[in-house]
Design a binder for this molecule. Structure first.
Ligand code: CP
Length: 308
């Protein structure tokens, strides 16, 4: 079996079979990562460049680790330390890097559609590591693997995505993936942070009532308030946001059932999620990060071994 696509630009472009193949392959790589020798030769002689035009901790480190575990040669690029700061364009930057014989490009960019633009102009396989407010496909995949491990599957599971839906590429990738895999999705947050018509566009539920949403769901995927992407005031204050939509221990205890708590990171502690919830047994936040390495190994492996 192989992926239906030669790039990973978004979950939107994947079939349910693609998603299952990536998750099954990631499960196999998780077994490799438990061994004393965690390295396999699958990507020997493949050169991968990690192009990060926007800050990252989890995604960047886990892509680098995944590449190293697969024995790929890796090159890291940080926009602030490059000739981009002298005015070089994205296409010139990438063409110069590709002339040094690079096979795959992992790219994070603040502009939605930047990896799609590159995929039209260069021959290397492109993996989107997060583009603006569009998609973060490997986050959607690692979230799916984490839910599958915790609840035994995705089909029929009730997943709430809570918070800043408007500016979240994580929300978009999660919604595409969960719908393709048969899960039920509710997005919940203040009306100003939920796009109009999202319910009809994606076939999901919308709720402005946090307690009702938590009572409904099996899993709450709590999103970061992305102050850096908001150019207008969309809620009155962080304090008021926390009072209306922050997940607290008291709120969870009042549900009389145990739901799974997820967060893609970085967490604004005390805003969308209280520390005693983030660090509790209900939280699988660090398992999500751990699963990121295996999922990214699976994506790199499947794209590199695809027959064109
Ligand atoms: N989840 C996520 O994308 O985190 P980073 O921004 O640290 O990569």
């Amino acid at each position: 079996m192989q992926l239906s696509t030669r790039h990973l630009l978004g979950i939107k472009d994947l079939t349910a079979a693609d998603i299952s193949l990536i998750l099954q392959t990631a499960e196999q790589f998780k077994e490799v990562l438990q061994r004393p020798v965690k390295k396999v030769p699958s990507l020997r002689d493949i050169v991968v460049v990690n192009l990060f035009f926007e800050n990252s901790t989890r995604t960047r480190i886990s892509f680098e680790l995944a590449e190293k575990r697969l024995s790929a040669d890796t090159v890291n690029f940080t926009a602030s330390a490059s000739s981009v700061s002298k005015g070089e364009t994205l296409l010139d930057t990438v063409n110069n890097i590709l002339s040094m014989k690079v096979d795959m490009v992992v790219m994070r960019h603040s502009a939605s559609g930047a990896p799609h633009f590159l995929a039209k102009h260069i021959p290397a396989a492109i993996i989107n590591a997060g583009d603006g407010i569009n998609e973060h496909p490997t986050q959607g995949l690692l979230d799916a693997l984490s839910i599958k491990e915790k609840l035994g599957g995705l089909e029929g599971k009730k997943v709430a995505i809570i918070g800043d839906i408007m500016h979240s590429r994580v929300a978009q990738s999660n919604i595409y993936l969960l719908k393709k895999m048969g899960a039920e999705v509710t997005v919940c947050g203040p009306p100003t942070l939920i796009p109009r018509h999202i319910s009809e566009a994606f076939g999901i539920n919308v709720s402005y009532d946090l307690k009702e949403t938590l009572q409904w769901c099996d899993v709450a995927n709590v999103l970061r308030i992305q102050l850096e992407r908001q150019n207008q005031v969309l809620f009155s204050s962080l304090r008021e946001y926390n009072l209306a939509y922050g997940i607290s221990r008291k709120l969870l205890d009042g549900l009389h059932k145990e739901i799974v708590i997820m967060h893609p990171g970085p967490i604004n502690r005390g805003v969308e999620l209280d520390s005693d919830v983030a660090d509790s047994k209900q939280s699988i936040i660090l398992q999500q990060v751990e699963n990121g390495v295996a999922v990214r190994m699976a994506v790199l492996y499947l794209l590199a071994n695809r027959n064109n």
